[in-house]
Design a protein around this ligand. Sequence first.
Ligand SMILES: Cc1cc2nc3c(=O)[nH]c(=O)nc-3n(C[C@H](O)[C@H](O)[C@H](O)COP(=O)(O)OP(=O)(O)OC[C@H]3O[C@@H](n4cnc5c(N)ncnc54)[C@H](O)[C@@H]3O)c2cc1C
Length: 718
Amino acid sequence: MPPKFKKAPSKDPIESQPPVLPPASPNQPKSTPKIMQQKASTTTSTGPRVLYWFRTDLRIHDSPALHHALGLNPSVFIPIWTWDPHYVYRARVGPNRWKFLLESQQCLSERLTELNPRQKLNVVREDPTSVIPKLVRKWKVDVLVFEKDTDAYARSRDEEVRKAVEGMGVSVYSAVIGRTLFDPDELVKHNGGQPTMSFNQTLKASSQIDPGDGGKKGEPRRCVPTPTGLPEPLSAEEMDLSGDSEFRHEVPEKAPDFNQEHRGETKERHYEGVAGPNNDFAVVTLEEMGIDSKLAMSPHKGGEREALRLLKTYIDNEEYTGTFEKPKSSPADFEPQSTTLLSPHHHFGTLSIRKFWWDVQEVFEKRKKAGKINAPPPANFPGQLLFRDMYFGAQAALGYAFAQTRGNKIARFIPWDLQSNHSDTPVGEHLLDGTYNVNDEQAEEYFRRWKEGRTGFPWIDALMRQLKYEGWMHHLGRHSVACFLTRGGCYVSWERGAEVFEEWLVDHETACNVGNWMWLSCVAFFSQFSRMYSPIAFGKKWDPEGDLIRKYVPELKHFDKKYIYEPHKAPIADQKSWGCQITGDGTETGTAEMAKYPKPMFDFNEKRQFCLEKMKEAYDAHMYGDDKRVMSGEWKKIFNYVDGKTIKDETGGLLSGTKKRMRTPDEHDHDDGEHADVGDQTDEEPPRKAVKKISPVKASKGAQSKLDGIVTRGKKRP
Ligand SMILES: Cc1cc2nc3c(=O)[nH]c(=O)nc-3n(C[C@H](O)[C@H](O)[C@H](O)COP(=O)(O)OP(=O)(O)OC[C@H]3O[C@@H](n4cnc5c(N)ncnc54)[C@H](O)[C@@H]3O)c2cc1C
């Protein structure tokens, strides 16, 4: 049994401190008295043995949970990371994000060593629900501390761990949230228990939250000081688990492995021993995971040092930070990109979201004093961070159901192609089984070509190749490709797109990814489905020379700018002289002298018209993911979706019973991005209408009559 230790105070010690302003420089805190005292007393401390579990907070600056742990004045401090098989096998993670994570862990480990040369990050290779109780017993831990996490899987995992270790007489502290501006549960509470569905709702709910540090209601908490020292670790002998016959290492179940395709034939060694193959609790390597490090090509580097360096460049550039407006930043800029690229650092917690917030506020204050005007919300940086909180608030209210349509009360049901198959038990972040229904071979081909960047629309292909290579894409680029895959081109389920982003983004964050995909596909948050992004005009507007295309679709780099967005229109002789033939489906690469690039995989105007009709029909049906007709499969009859095949008319597209009326391109409303983020900020989701029963025949007739009446736009609201 571990020695008895009085329970950790239920009140966060941070709350009883006066507010502490963020340090001017992360390495030279202005005010760190408490932690300094802790350092001085570490050698003589009779305080508890603290196990600190790092998860979404891979940093030492402004970490409220770490601050709490050190405030306990530990006699022994053991920082760990658990190599959780859930993320290793059941979340989709590509090589670039693994690399970013491992760099971040390595950096954290070095930061801990800087604070105390005997400290480092200890990576424990087992499921946290099984290994933490064993570690607590073996290492005689008194208090377990970790940052609160409101993701669906994290909640259930943390509850299991908490119950197990509290049953052993150990205190658990996990109250504070560090990864968002506000605690998502508090946002939900102040939003009437409902998911936050708009910027204004988020603002209103947050305005009622007391930061608890003496600050004003509606302000995020101030940053806590960066520690300047760390208590001692356990001795090497005590840490060693290898000689303990009672400590059985549980090698996790691998199947289903969502990331198998990245592993190749190399033997995996990451679960060889709870402390790794060298029994040293070292950070895992890509090689141990069976992943070829050459596949991790992203130039974006993980780690707290890099995050703070990047932040400093923006904060030092007062003009950039003070005038930044997201919709005015170019999706075509690269090296450098037009936005901060801090998102992966927010995801892994290598940068505190509140440090970003408060540093930006300082810049705003300075500029105000100098009589300069700052960019307004929500397009400015604080506005962007509130959007992020909005998605966390929506996710916190809905749990697993948030990440999918099925069972999700905020997700409009749209009878997309390639819908997810479902399961009754959670797999990964979903209640789906990780597979999908190929109801239409053509849609499957569109999806493959979109994913692989060979649609024949150079703007879309450049963005998708940038995503695969770098793990990042500008926000409006994400708008463009997400709209194209779903309601503005391919009519493929948003869940397929979200999975590809989950795999390839270095900044993948379930709340933000799923939330934004629902927004872009007009499933939730946003409803103006007639606003479509043209895969030609939108890119051209930002990048008339086609530089982004030349960078990521090098086959086209010699094309004249007149044809760079529509290379199939270039005369054959020009294609030849510019070294690329426009032919095929993109699977053939051609030769060094003569490359090949595909023709557009469909007529965009035709597909746009098709999508518009389908969206109108789905909106007219007023069905949401939790509708019993969705759950029972009755929707298939309603939408003429028979035996997994959508009925198509002889012209190859529209719903049965409807006739195609082609419109000229000018008649279509496409969004050039001015309203990309702000377009729907006041368009709060209207209350759900009473379920309306429609028959297949009625649906088709309805679609027909609406079609005849179209002028330029679909309805803003259903
Ligand atoms: C389909 C789609 C999927 C997305 N998936 C993710 C995701 O998995 N993870 C993720 O962090 N963002 C996601 N976003 C939101 C946004 O595109 C990225 O946060 C942003 O592009 C990151 O680049 P940045 O750090 O340079 O952003 P900046 O413009 O510099 O913004 C600063 C910070 O604000 C936050 N932020 C900005 N816009 C948003 C937004 N719309 N939603 C949530 N947070 C925002 C990010 O933390 C970002 O780092 C997605 C957007 C779309 C359209």
